[in-house]
Design a protein around this ligand. Sequence first.
Ligand code: GTP
Ligand code: MG
Length: 194
Amino acid sequence: MKITSAEFVKSAFNRSHWVNDGRPEIAFLGRSNVGKSSLINSLLARRGLARTSNTPGRTQSINFFLINDGFYFADLPGYGYAKVSKTMRADWGKMAEEYLAKRDELALCIQLVDARHEPSKLDLQLNEWLEHYEKPHVVVATKSDKLSRTDLQRSLNVIKRTFAGVDVIAYSSQTAAGRDEVWSRILEAVGHRA
Ligand code: GTP
Ligand code: MG
């Protein structure tokens, strides 16, 4: 995949701030600290474009990136960080459900889970929403570099069994393993408007 341009467009804190020029959009969703921003940077081969951090729960807005002038990446806030307040947790649900229900431009949702762990209740709930709102989606298992080949295979089997019927791609933002596979799903979804 040749990236001719990748630029941060804006941070949106509510619906009126979402980009609205009709270009197709790829959303990145998953638990706080699972590696959403790192996956975006790795896919785009731009190190600091999406801000990554060791402080989970930091991104509270939807961050939009315009790729090759043809489609958007939307980096959504993470969920499930234990230390955020109840109000913030409820806000996440509202924001995510509104986004998934109303975002017609959504061409593909990339749901991230940590390759080292069994999916959590919230991961399952998000997956149910994706099914319910009939959003095309794929599961990406991040941080695959932290597991041996055998453990990774075992873990992928558990994840596949948990999300029955969904494709699961193993990814490492450190080695870029899985990059071609994820890109091919994205390009398929945006109709090769790259
Ligand atoms: P929030 O924005 O808080 O929701 O987090 P996020 O999902 O965007 O996670 P982020 O990309 O900021 O990554 C969190 C931490 O995990 C960072 O320290 C990353 O360097 C690390 N990380 C992310 N992906 C990988 C990976 O594939 N391999 C390894 N080893 N570390 C990773
Ligand atoms: Mg992030």
